[in-house]
Every structure is written in structure tokens, then in C-alpha cells.
Design a protein around this ligand. Structure first.
Ligand code: FUL
Length: 596
């Protein structure tokens, strides 16, 4: 019967290009030639979970815990749980901020190296249950999980194997049991978990012995309890890119010779090849020559929006600029990696305004940058052997500076080198080139006007499958910031002519498109209900141009941006506001910005 099935398979596949694919890993036989090795590597494919993970593109890390309250990056495990009191904790604010900014998943540091658990675990008293927050009845993991459910985000947990609080750390079998018990709680109490993040840090326990982690047992626990989850970093599904600076490799193979995870066998195999996550070449033909196995082990770029992983108020002014974030996006998502951007909530238990404002800018920038794909026929799967070219049409009069390429990675990663040409009046002109493509590759090219692009696959392992080609005119991030600033009306000519309600003479008539209310601080005195009116002479006022509520303003001072239905001429504006208790709210002109 089996033989019959194989025969049928062979008949079905002969001549129609059916290829044997290897899910997640393949052996490179000792006697295989370089070409055979490359062909095997080109047929290693992701698991369903790895593929779904890759398609998220943009995910968020949330470093939050006892360090948030001690102003440290690494706690030593002796911290008093009484320090943990995020009195304004609002999981909803975290998650809707992330959702609005386009993130597909949130990963929380359920336990960092200090051992303090953000859920009420039965494994240790060193947790939120011993803190004054919500009288010890709170559960950060649970509330965040519920908010992710509400806003449609996937949810992941970071659980640090290194634990500087657990007395059994270093007593390897005991600690492994303890760790698996923690993992089991997280993987059974909170519904679906999509990523489990294991950091690689390891040290000696109080007994002076080095902890030996039982990685295989950890992975078995994940597979058994959460089969849809991927295990990252010291996990065996997702690879650390090798730095924390947001820098993916220009040549990034998801089919790599780096043996995944932390097991002894993996470490021995990697030591034999002299490689680790930081090695620059993890998948070239030269590497394949020396390796015994090849794995689908795609790269994740983890980087913080601030200098530190945890929130420190001294870093509120050091949030990465839009330009830095845009570059990181190109070096991660644009280099066949997934971006895991850390946004550390502050002591209130909220994403700080400095971060949420930048995230909103970043999201708006990405939306604008990739809104207008100029290629009209780039969405169908096309195949090419080495040396073959594929031509694509662009809408007439297109101006582009960025080309996006994607391979159909469900069938493997194959392209080794490519060239991009644009049709100019005097013929084809090369505008870009690169090595690997993988899931997604973004190539910046000089500003080019053309209506035709040609992609030549210069080198490939087996026949390449190009799933998508797109082209965009991506704005310069600084110009975007300048344009947003330029749209804001300078306050210099403004004159306050009334306090309650706040009434301003703008000095001249302007066409307004909307306003921003950014209270100096979140408080019950802030404007909660508002009405915005305009006037040409300061006497006759239009009926409310905009009115409504700034929900949650007493806890969340994030700027609120209101866009009018249509632009309006105005010389005078009147902003009538009341607090959450219904009394008049006093608004400082500095808290209002008007944009054209
Ligand atoms: C590192 C940790 O030591 C940092 O604190 C942070 O959690 C980062 C994501 O991983 O190895």
C-alpha cells in the first residue's frame, strides 16, 4: 500500500515540478555536492506556525516589572514586592496604542531576570500577589491577555530562565521543575499563547553551581500545551538576529545552518562550525558545504524604542526618532526579519506619551509610505531560474525610490542574488541589486521615473518563486516630520481674549483642518467634554464645529487629535470644556495646537 502511494506520488509529481519539501529541517548528506546541498536548503520550509509568525511583520515587546520601579535594567532578585504599585495600570491603553500603531502581537516580560512574576503564581511568593497593587489580587498577564483579545492582537510571554530570586536556581533538576511549573501556569491559564521568548542569560545559583537548563523539556511543554506557539531566541523556532540595535543582515537566510535552541546537541553542532547567532554568514553555499543539517530558523530583530529595555523617566526625551524607526524597519522587516519593537510602560502602568506619540507618527509614516504601490501586475506568483528576468508594469508617470520583493517562502527561500532595472528612454538601467529576498526585502533605489521594472534572478537555489513585486515613493521621514510641523499654526500671533471658556484671537484668518488637545498632565481637572467653535469676528460663532469627550483623559495625557469634517476659515476660536465632574475645565493655550 505504501509503495503504491509512493508510486502514485512519483507519477503525480513527475514533470509538473513537484518538489520534496522539508518542514523545518533537513540533513545534508555527507557525500552531497555543493549543488545538491543548495537544492536541499532551497526546499526547507517553515512550519505553519513559523509562517504565521513571519507574516505578523511588526510585533511589540513590553518590558515591565520590578525594574520599572527601581529604575534598573537588571534586578538582583532582592527587590521588595512592595515597590510594585502601577496605580494607573491600564492594559487597554497599552494594547489600543499598539493596535493603532499596526502591531500584530504583544509580548510581556512575565518574569525578568529578577524573578518577580507579573502573574499570581503558585511557584513563588515573589510576585504581584505580594505587592500592594490591587491589594495583591491583580494579574498583569491576565489583564494584558484580555486586552489583546479585545483588540485582536496575538499574545506572547517572555519568561527568563535566569532567575536571581529562586533559591533553587543552580540546583539544576529542581530549578527545571520549578521553571516548567511556571511555564505551565502561563501556558494553561491564559488561553492561546503565540510566542514564548526565552532569553539566553545563564549564571550560577546561590549554591555556586551553574544552572543547566533542560531546553528539550521546556520545548516539549510548549508543544504539548500550546502547539500553535513559536519558541523564540533560546527557543527552537525563531532565531535572535544577533544584536539589540535593530540591525538585520543584508544577506539573511531563514534556511540556516545554525542549529536552533539551547540543547547540548545544538551547541555542539554550532561549536563545530564555529558559529553562533552573531555570525554574519549563517546560510551561504560555503556554510552549507561544512554543515550536516540545515534548518528553517528565521530571524527576529529585537530593539527598544528607548536606550533601555525598561522605562526610565530620564529617557523620556531619548525616544528614537521617526528616522531611526524608519531605518530600523528597513533593516528588519525589509531584510527578511520580523521586528520586535520594545515599548516599556512606565511606573503609572501606562505607555508614556513620548512613546505613544512616536508610535502614532511611525504608523502614519508606514501607512503613507506603503499606501501607493505603483506596480500594476506585481501580485501574481512568477518563477525564474538563474539568469531569467521578470518584467513588471507600473502606472504611467510613476516616480519610485523603493522596491519591495517577496518570495513564496512556503516553498522555501531560494534567491541568492538579484538585480533591479528600470526602463529609461534609452533602455534598461540598473537601479538596485541585492542578495537574499526571503519573506520580504525592501531595496532603496535612487528616485526613478519609469513605467517598467525588470527583476533578474542572478543566482538561485532551484527555481525561484517570486510572490510579489511592488514599488513605492517612500517619503523622507524628516520631511514627514517637517510637513507635520509646518501644518501646525505658530502660536506667536495668538492673543487670549477669554479664559473660561478659552477664547483666542489668532491674529489673522486661517483655514483650520483640526486641533490637538495635549493636557500638561493627566488629571481630573483636564478637559473631558469639549466643544470647539470658530468665528470670523469674535462675535458670531459657528455652532459646534466639533464636540465630544476625551475618554480616559484623567489617566491618559496622550495628545488627542481632532480632524474637522471639512476645513474651516477662522480668525477666532472658542474651546468650551468641562471636567469629568462636570465643572468648567481651565485650558491653557499651550495645551491646544491648531493645524491647517
Ligand atoms: C536581554 C536581557 O538581558 C535584557 O534585559 C532584555 O530583556 C533583552 C530583550 O534580552 O538579553
Amino acid at each position: 500500500m505504501n509503495r503504491l502511494l509512493s508510486l502514485l506520488w512519483l507519477i503525480a509529481c513527475t514533470g509538473v515540478g513537484c518538489e520534496r519539501l522539508y518542514v523545518k529541517q533537513a540533513t545534508l548528506p555527507a557525500g552531497a555536492t555543493a549543488e545538491e546541498r543548495a537544492a536541499i536548503a532551497g526546499r526547507v520550509v517553515p512550519t505553519r506556525q513559523q509562517l504565521a509568525w513571519q507574516q505578523l511583520e511588526l510585533t511589540a515587546f513590553l518590558h515591565f516589572g520590578i525594574n520599572t520601579f527601581t529604575d534598573r535594567e537588571w534586578g538582583d532578585g532582592t527587590e521588595d514586592p512592595a515597590l510594585f504599585r502601577p496605580d494607573g495600570f491600564d492594559a487597554d491603553q497599552w494594547v489600543h496604542t499598539l493596535r493603532d500603531a499596526g502591531f500584530g502581537m504583544a509580548i510581556i516580560t512575565a518574569k525578568h531576570h529578577d524573578g518577580f512574576c507579573l502573574w499570581p503564581t503558585a511557584t513563588t511568593a515573589h510576585s504581584v500577589a505580594s505587592s500592594p497593587w490591587r491589594d495583591g489580587k491583580g494579574d498583569i498577564v491576565g489583564e494584558l491577555r484580555a486586552a489583546c483579545e479585545k483588540y485582536g492582537l496575538r499574545f506572547g510571554v517572555y519568561l527568563s530562565p535566569w532567575d536571581r530570586n529562586a533559591p533553587c536556581y543552580g540546583d539544576s533538576p529542581r530549578y527545571n521543575e520549578f521553571f516548567i511549573a511556571q511555564l505551565t501556569e502561563l501556558l494553561t491559564h491564559y488561553g492561546r499563547i503565540d510566542e514564548v521568548w526565552f532569553d539566553g542569560a545563564c549564571a550560577e545559583g546561590p549554591n555556586g553551581r551553574r544552572q543547566e537548563y533542560d531546553w528539550e523539556a521546556y520545548y516539549r511543554t510548549i508543544r504539548r500545551l500550546q502547539p500553535e506557539a513559536v519558541a523564540a531566541i533560546k527557543g527552537d523556532d525563531i532565531r535572535w538576529v544577533g544584536n539589540e540595535g535593530g540591525l538585520g543582515r543584508a544577506t539573511e537566510w531563514s534556511a540556516t545552518v545554525l542549529a536552533p535552541g539551547g540543547s547540548r546537541e545544538s551547541e555542539a553542532a554550532n561549536a563545530r562550525l564555529g558559529i553562533d547567532e552573531m555570525t554574519s554568514d549563517l546560510g551561504s553555499r560555503a556554510m552549507l558545504e561544512r554543515a550536516e543539517r540545515v534548518y528553517w530558523y528565521p530571524s527576529e530583530v529585537d530593539v527598544s524604542i528607548r536606550p533601555g529595555w525598561f522605562h526610565h523617566s530620564a529617557e523620556d526625551t531619548r525616544v528614537k526618532s521617526l528616522r531611526q524607526l524608519a531605518d530600523i524597519y528597513f533593516r528588519s522587516v525589509g531584510c527578511n526579519s520580523l521586528l520586535l519593537l520594545n515599548i516599556p510602560p512606565d511606573r503609572r502602568g501606562r505607555i508614556h506619551e513620548a512613546d505613544s506619540t512616536r508610535l502614532a507618527e511611525f504608523a502614519a509614516y508606514l501607512r503613507r509610505a506603503f499606501a501607493d504601490d505603483r506596480v500594476t501586475d506585481g501580485d501574481r506568483l512568477r518563477r525564474a531560474d538563474a539568469g531569467e528576468s521578470l518584467e513588471y508594469r507600473l502606472a504611467p508617470g510613476s516616480r519610485i525610490n523603493t522596491v519591495l520583493l517577496q518570495e513564496q517562502i512556503a516553498k522555501g527561500q531560494r534567491v541568492e542574488a538579484f538585480v533591479i532595472e528600470a526602463l529609461a528612454p534609452d533602455g534598461w538601467r540598473q537601479v538596485g541589486e541585492g542578495t537574499t529576498i526571503g519573506y520580504k526585502r525592501l531595496i532603496r533605489i535612487p528616485e526613478t521615473e519609469t513605467d517598467r521594472l525588470r527583476i533578474t534572478v542572478v543566482g538561485t537555489r532551484l527555481r525561484a518563486r517570486i510572490a510579489r513585486v511592488a514599488a513605492y515613493d517612500v517619503p523622507d521621514p524628516d520631511e514627514t516630520v517637517r510637513a507635520a510641523d509646518a501644518a501646525m499654526l505658530p502660536r506667536t500671533a495668538w492673543r487670549r481674549i477669554g479664559d473660561l471658556p478659552l477664547t483666542l484671537d489668532l491674529g489673522a484668518s486661517h483655514t483650520l483642518r483640526g486641533f490637538v488637545y495635549a493636557p500638561h498632565e493627566a488629571s481630573v481637572r483636564a478637559a473631558y467634554r469639549y466643544r470647539f467653535e470658530v468665528s470670523a469676528d469674535g462675535e458670531t460663532w459657528t455652532p459646534a464645529v466639533a464636540e465630544g469627550e476625551f475618554g480616559n483623559i484623567m489617566y491618559n495625557a496622550e495628545p488627542r487629535r481632532i480632524v474637522f469634517e471639512s476645513p474651516l476659515p477662522a480668525r477666532y476660536i472658542r474651546f468650551t470644556a468641562s471636567t469629568v465632574d462636570g465643572g468648567p475645565a481651565r485650558v491653557d493655550p499651550e495645551e491646544i495646537s491648531l493645524f491647517r
